[in-house]
Design a protein around this ligand. Structure first.
Ligand code: ACO
Length: 327
């Protein structure tokens, strides 16, 4: 049976750092509050003049290099993002052009912080079906351009970044994606959204003045559902494969809030020291957070080839999911 292997990962992070102390100069907050409530100490901000597809292509190039493949080998590019270069067309087509990938399929998916898990699931399905053999999945967000830098409830949480994984077909299940599970519940729309700029509220001077083209969030319900649904999705992945928490070497989950991950650790029954953590450095980079974390975990030699990794994420929608991977 054809399976999907993660043949290479890559990341791209802007050089400009914005620490909690920097934010305390912008809004009424403090390093103590942000670190205690979220685990975040710093985040990266993309330089003016660079766009989402620049960072996405940089991460994609790094992943291709690790997979020892060329862009022209790709059959498909999938980009998970809620911060495209422009509303139309897809970021993926600009990535295709910047990578020099040739006439392959290229499209975006909108699943917010679950974008990479959704992309992995779709790429895996394409490969298992035999339609494609090599798929590049990218999670990328330039959230600094859609947050309200005067709103302390949201601006302290997010950062910019991109992560990527090259998926290839394999006949072996020694190193392969074992399963993916993806879900959504539209009851969560009011808790996290950008109200204006779509068909519900087309952009006008008023919507811009009222900052309705920026992120609006109610943190508490998101927090509660993130703990519950990420845990449930990870446990479903294990049950589906006849495994238990004891089989898992590493959890590489969405880096939204350290306290969310502590809650997941408790519910899933996997100690926090088996969670790869980099939220302190980058904040919440939404769909980019899992592939960035995976790339760092592999590069640092923490996650080693052949180990069992469970991934889980939840974001706006609500959209959430999990993946179990023999990496
Ligand atoms: N600095 C200081 N005070 C702040 C800040 C800040 N940056 N932000 C909010 N506060 C204040 C609020 O104004 C409020 O004050 P009030 O009680 O006087 O009205 C108070 O702090 C709220 O405090 P708590 O209730 O203790 O906050 P909580 O523990 O819920 O933490 C947080 C808030 C961090 C937003 C949390 O709810 C959270 O992380 N939710 C998940 C949101 C999330 O991760 N969104 C990202 C996208 S979805 C995803 O990735 C899962």
């Amino acid at each position: 049976m054809t399976r999907t292997r993660i043949a290479g990962t890559g990341k791209a992070l802007p050089g400009q750092e914005r620490t909690n102390a920097d934010l305390a100069k912008l809004v009424d907050t403090s390093d103590e509050w942000i670190a205690a409530r979220t685990g975040i100490r710093s985040r990266r901000i993309l330089e003016a003049g660079r766009v989402t597809s620049d960072l996405a292509a940089e991460a994609g190039r790094a992943a291709l290099e690790k997979a020892e493949l060329k862009a022209s080998d790709l059959d498909c590019i999938i980009v998970g993002t809620v911060t495209p270069d422009m509303p139309m067309p897809a970021v993926a087509v600009s990535v295709q052009q910047k990578l020099g990938a040739g006439a392959c399929a290229a499209f975006d998916i909108s699943a917010a912080c679950a974008g990479f898990i959704y992309g992995l699931s779709i790429g895996d399905a394409f490969i298992k079906s035999g339609q494609f053999k090599r798929v590049l999945v990218i999670g990328v967000e330039i959230l600094s351009r859609i947050v309200d830098w005067t709103d302390r409830n949201t601006c302290v949480l997010f950062g910019d970044g991109a992560g990527a994984a090259v998926l290839t077909a394999t006949a072996s299940d020694e190193r392969a994606i074992l399963s993916t599970h993806i879900y959504a519940d539209g009851a969560g729309v009011p808790w996290l959204n950008i109200p204006a700029g779509g068909s519900a509220e087309p952009t006008t001077v008023e919507t811009v003045t009222q900052k309705r083209h920026l992120v609006h969030m109610q943190g508490k319900p998101i927090f509660t559902h993130a703990v519950k649904n990420i845990s449930r999705a990870c446990l479903t992945a294990l049950e589906h494969n006849g495994m238990t928490a004891a089989d898992v070497d590493w959890v590489v989950a969405h880096q939204a809030n350290l306290r969310i991950l502590e809650g997941v650790s408790e519910r899933v029954g996997i100690p926090l020291d088996r969670f790869f953590l980099n939220i302190h450095k980058y904040g919440n980079t939404s769909s980019a957070s899992i592939p960035i974390a995976l790339d760092e975990a592999l590069t640092e030699g923490k996650v080693r080839p052949g180990q069992l990794v469970v991934m889980g994420a939840l974001g706006a929608g609500l959209s959430w999911g999990s993946a179990l991977v023999r990496i």
